[in-house]
Write a protein that binds this ligand. Sequence first.
Ligand code: PAF
Length: 291
Amino acid sequence: MIVFNTIKNLQATLTKDREKGKIIGFVPTMGALHAGHLTLARHSLATCQRTVFMIFVNPKQFCSDEDFSSYPRSLVKDVALLAKVGVDYCFAPSVEEIWSEGHETFVDMDQLSRVLLGKQRPGHFRGVATILAKTFNIIGANKAFFGEKDFQQLIIVRRMVKDLAFPVEIVGVPTCRDPDGVASSSRNLLLTAEDRKAAVVIPQSWRAVERLYHAGERSSKRLLEVARKVLEKEKRGKIEIIDLRNVETFANVEEAIKKPTVLILAVRFGKIQLIDQHILGSNASCIYTTE
Ligand code: PAF
């Protein structure tokens, strides 16, 4: 595996790959790798001939300096894991390499980036969309891989790619979960042992909703009530988002659910917000790790 720190060197190599007709896959991440990231890498390796795996903690998507500086970082360990999985290129630029002085161009959205998580973290999705637009241009990948856990992010990326005609296919990959059902996340590393244990209430909540939906319940009010009831049992967690949205448009759902719908959850444990999602009616929407 080759590790690139500069845009110029990465592009020189990718130009040669493209001339040879290689299909290029892109996995953008902020590092502190877990099973979910490695699953994204494996999806890219299985369908592309070159995989560029980015590790870049993007300051423009954090709402506070504290959050940015406390984000977990483990570059040496991450690089070793990627090499083991067989990734071709790791792109690990510095902040200065990506955001040169005087940068003032951003990608923003009218609606999608301002609801749910976007409302709670103003400017977050603007930072996400801008780093992705920039790296799509740098890498010129054929496919880019994103976890379904960050469902709103996935919807936003798909919208941006469509609106701005980026020539890249966006591939959504099912959420990877720890054996207790908690979604794999770099933020799990920041939880206390008690909070990590308590976080199991999140998958318990969407499973209760799924059972009811499976039994024929279609009232969104009733399904949301059940999600809340389960989450409220765990006093360590502060509920921040419980919502049902259309899987494709992310529009609010009607009282009686008729179209494919996703349940979005965000719960705060101490300073750490955990997010999760479940597409109603889907049993196989996740991959469990064996660790
Ligand atoms: O999901 C993430 O880790 C980040 O939001 C992303 C897509 C790498 C952009 O910085």
